[in-house]
Design a protein around this ligand. Structure first.
Ligand SMILES: [Zn+2]
Length: 242
């Protein structure tokens, strides 16, 4: 292969690898955000379960306080029963007592309901706490892995950057300028030619060009996309002796 073409192909491979590394690096903050979002989502489930339990406990306490007040009221009415003068008054006070007792009964029913509800809600909280703990532990592990990956990719980026500089320095200036220009425009500056076709833009080349490109001894650009073309001969077929 023409030595300049060979260097350019090497530069192209280094740059492609570098591009992958950079795009993997760029994806890391998004992965981190996904982990944080998952944590926040699980935390909100736990918070909601806790809030539901607290709500139930509060409702129970309010009803218990009301029952106490109603019991005080009932004692007061019972005291009044001793002092009433007429039958009519007696019936009226009795009627009040009945009303208060109905109210007490209703509130005691609510208290029982809330106690049962709180038991189930307490189980929910326990389950959500366990879930959250597991997710939190996973997130910690995943973040450590991401840190390690970022370090590896960072080292790769450095190594490839250095290699890029070394190879680029060995490529003739005008050829490097051409490569850089096309790479900037098209994403890549070099394309493989295979079966008479540019493998990057998939445009078929003229037969005489294809014949020349196959020799790999000169710089040819794809007439359609301007990338520098190279030909990779197929690996030699191994003939197995019978
Ligand atoms: Zn092309």
């Amino acid at each position: 292969m023409n030595p300049d073409l060979e260097k350019l192909v090497r530069l192209h491979r280094v740059d492609s690898e570098l591009k992958h590394v950079l795009s993997d690096l760029a994806a890391i903050p998004r992965h981190r955000q996904e982990i944080d979002d998952r944590l926040a989502r699980d935390r909100s489930h736990l918070d909601a379960a806790k809030a539901a339990l607290e709500g139930s406990q509060k409702a129970r306490k309010q009803n218990e306080a009301s029952v106490q007040d109603l019991e005080t009221k009932r004692s007061k009415y019972k005291g009044q029963l001793m002092d009433v003068k007429t039958n009519k008054e007696y019936t009226a006070v009795l009627h009040e007592i009945e009303g208060v007792e109905r109210d007490i009964k209703a509130r005691e029913d609510v208290i029982l309901e809330e106690m049962e509800k709180a038991e189930a809600l307490g189980q929910d909280v326990k389950r959500e706490e366990a879930d959250f703990k597991a997710v939190e532990a996973d997130a910690k592990k995943e973040k450590l892995l991401l840190d390690a990956r970022m370090a590896t990719l960072g080292a790769e980026e450095k190594r490839l950057g250095k290699e890029h500089d070394e190879v680029a320095a060995s490529v003739p200036e005008d050829l490097l300028a051409l490569y850089t220009r096309v790479a900037k425009q098209r994403g890549t500056g070099v394309a493989e030619a295979l079966e008479g076709m540019c493998q990057s833009c998939h445009v078929r080349m003229r037969v005489q060009i294809w014949v020349e490109v196959r020799k790999n001894d000169q710089i040819y650009q794809c007439e359609s996309c301007s990338r520098v073309l190279y030909y990779e001969p197929p690996p030699p077929t191994v003939v197995v002796e019978p």
